[in-house]
Design a protein around this ligand. Structure first.
Ligand SMILES: NC(=O)C1=CN([C@@H]2O[C@H](COP(=O)(O)OP(=O)(O)OC[C@H]3O[C@@H](n4cnc5c(N)ncnc54)[C@H](OP(=O)(O)O)[C@@H]3O)[C@@H](O)[C@H]2O)C=CC1
Ligand SMILES: CC(C)=CCC[C@@H](C)[C@H]1CC=C2C3=C(CC[C@@]21C)[C@@]1(C)CC[C@H](O)C(C)(C)[C@@H]1CC3
Length: 417
């Protein structure tokens, strides 16, 4: 057995919190899937019914999920326009990552388009969401177990800072190995951006097509939700290299949290607004639609501006786009931006992301809380993530981080939080 990594502080409430999340996350996902199609669509009420195993389990759904993963893996292995280097690892080495996620999105769109022309019944997908989500959850459980076993024979230098507490449930949840790979195939990087994100927009499209079949044409609200979320996914894949500096890739191990999050949670809960709209049509006029588009555009402008500014600065501090920004030095030799977006709040990218989350829910009207689930969950996720990042930055930068916090006192929302 590999030696344990350094004992880091336990996160997510330790083993008990991890055990609770292990059950709570899949249960919440199934609750949302069931409630979205029910008449009252009550987020906080009990589910309309408890599905029998026959309704959840379908070998066809499992086959479809495995085919989807196989297709995305094949696209990942195609020659890439660029190969990027990741951040420096504990042993001072750097890993290489193919940058071809956007190409995978375009090729998937072409394949799906050809499939639909050849008679592929894409609009039947919404009827299969429950068994598909069940199959994806099963795959995530088995996959996380294999990842846990793989980590038992990994060298200590390959382990993540967290996720190696010695408690099997906690470590299974958080993930033990930082960058599990077979040859050059990086499982975490692959899962973070491709099967789940592309699957999400495909589910959205299927819901739009089914709405068109049911009501003659897709509603304006459905178009907006599809358009906004396609922009978000397209942007993530276009700026694929930026994911190499996120907490998930640099810090977190690859375990159930990310495997389930990437493969099941993202496609089946992030498509909640489109699911809701299929069963609860919402009339939307052009003036309100324009205001919602403006909100999404403002959110995207902040999100993209902040992420691009930090990525450009981290890649090359002399880049003309960021060279004029004010910075403070830290004992590590790395500098922190204190003007531009990162001088406004300490997590401007989260602020932009949250504004977009609001714009994705507004097309569903204000009669139900359900379509606002994403906004509520995402606020909790980002507040918790911000606290985790603060701890890590404090460890990394010490006094310089305190100086940054004094200079930029608000975390996510100026003058509020
Ligand atoms: N849709 C979704 O479900 C989710 C989306 N996201 C999005 O993912 C994106 C990435 O988020 P995340 O990985 O959490 O964090 P960030 O991209 O905000 O990265 C945080 C890191 O940035 C660096 N940093 C912090 N402040 C400064 C500064 N002033 N100047 C320079 N560098 C600084 C630090 O790392 P260092 O100094 O080592 O470079 C810090 O650890 C965000 O846009 C977020 O909204 C995140 C989670 C879920
Ligand atoms: C509740 C639960 C299951 C937790 C797992 C959290 C994951 C769902 C998220 C953790 C960080 C994520 C990121 C994205 C998607 C959601 C997860 C995996 C992301 C790929 C979305 C697109 C963005 O542009 C992004 C690339 C910045 C982002 C990275 C973080």
């Amino acid at each position: 057995m590999a030696p344990q990594g350094s004992r880091a502080e336990l996160e997510f409430g330790g083993p008990l919190g991890a055990a609770a999340l292990l059950l709570l996350l899949p249960a919440t996902m199934f609750h949302l899937l069931l409630v979205a199609r029910s008449g009252p669509a009550r987020l906080l009420g009990p589910p309309p019914y408890l599905p029998e195993l026959e309704e959840l389990w379908s070998p066809w759904a499992l086959l479809l999920c495995l085919t989807w993963l196989g297709l995305q893996a094949a696209l990942y292995l195609l020659p890439a326009r660029k190969v990027a280097e990741g951040q420096e690892l504990k042993d001072k080495s750097r890993l290489s990552y193919p940058i071809n996620g956007f190409q995978a999105l375009v090729l998937t769109a072409l394949l799906v388009g050809l499939g639909v022309l050849a008679g592929l019944p894409l609009s039947a997908l919404p009827e299969m969401l429950l068994p598909l989500a069940f199959a994806a959850t099963l795959i995530a459980f088995i996959f996380s177990l294999l990842l846990y076993l793989k980590a038992l024979v990994a060298p200590a230098s390959a382990l993540a800072p967290g996720g190696n507490s010695g408690n099997p449930i906690y470590d299974f949840f958080l993930g033990r190995e930082l960058n599990p790979r077979i040859c050059s195939f990086d499982f975490k990087y692959f899962c973070e951006l491709r099967p789940g994100l592309i699957g999400w927009v495909l589910i959205n499209l299927a819901l739009l097509m089914q709405e068109a079949e049911l009501r003659g044409s897709p509603s304006l609200a459905m178009w907006l939700v599809n358009g906004f979320q396609l922009l978000y996914v397209g942007d993530a894949l276009w700026h694929e290299e930026a994911v190499l500096t996120t907490m998930d890739i640099i810090h977190d191990g690859f375990g159930f949290m990310l495997a389930f999050g990437d493969l099941a949670w993202v496609p089946f809960t992030y498509s909640l607004q489109a699911q809701f709209l299929l069963y609860h049509p919402e009339p939307l006029g052009l003036p309100l639609a324009s205001v919602i588009c403006l909100i999404n555009a403002v959110g995207y402008y902040i999100f993209r501006g902040a992420n691009s500014q930090k990525n450009a600065f981290r890649k090359n501090p002399s880049d003309p786009r960021v060279a004029d920004l004010e910075t403070i030095s830290t004992a590590t030799g790395r500098r922190l931006l204190v003007s531009g977006w990162w001088g406004m709040v300490r997590h401007p990218n989260y602020l932009g992301d949250l504004i977009m989350a609001l714009a994705w829910s507004l097309p569903c009207g204000v009669s139900h809380l359900l379509p606002y689930f994403y906004l509520l969950y995402f606020t909790a996720l980002l507040v918790h993530r911000e606290a985790r990042d603060e701890q890590q930055c404090l460890r990394k930068y010490g006094l310089a981080w305190h100086a940054y916090c004094r200079r930029v006192p608000y975390r996510i929302v100026p003058y509020i939080y």
